[in-house]
Design a protein around this ligand. Structure first.
Ligand code: SF4
Length: 76
């Protein structure tokens, strides 16, 4: 049984505040002072968060396995 938890990180220096991820990430991101921030830093697996990390034009979002620290998205 999976007990995976993902950690969402946003590089606020890279984020351009486009707001793109707010739509992609299905309510898991919000804007704070013109920069994106995760609503919750640790979440259960959510494919939409991978999409948001992959499509961020600044590659400012990193999704990690919260236990191992492995980068799940973006892939390079
Ligand atoms: S898509 Fe990327 S650059 Fe745009 S608000 Fe989200 S984190 Fe920032």
């Amino acid at each position: 049984m999976s007990q995976d938890q993902w950690r969402i990180e946003v590089d606020r220096l890279s984020c351009a505040g486009t707001g793109l991820c707010l739509g992609t990430a299905n309510g898991r991101m919000r804007l704070d002072a013109g920069r994106a921030r995760p609503v919750d830093e640790v979440i259960g697996p959510d494919e939409s968060m991978l999409d948001a990390a992959e499509t961020c034009p600044m590659e400012a979002i990193t999704v990690r396995d919260a236990t191992t620290g492995e980068v799940l998205a973006p892939s390079h």
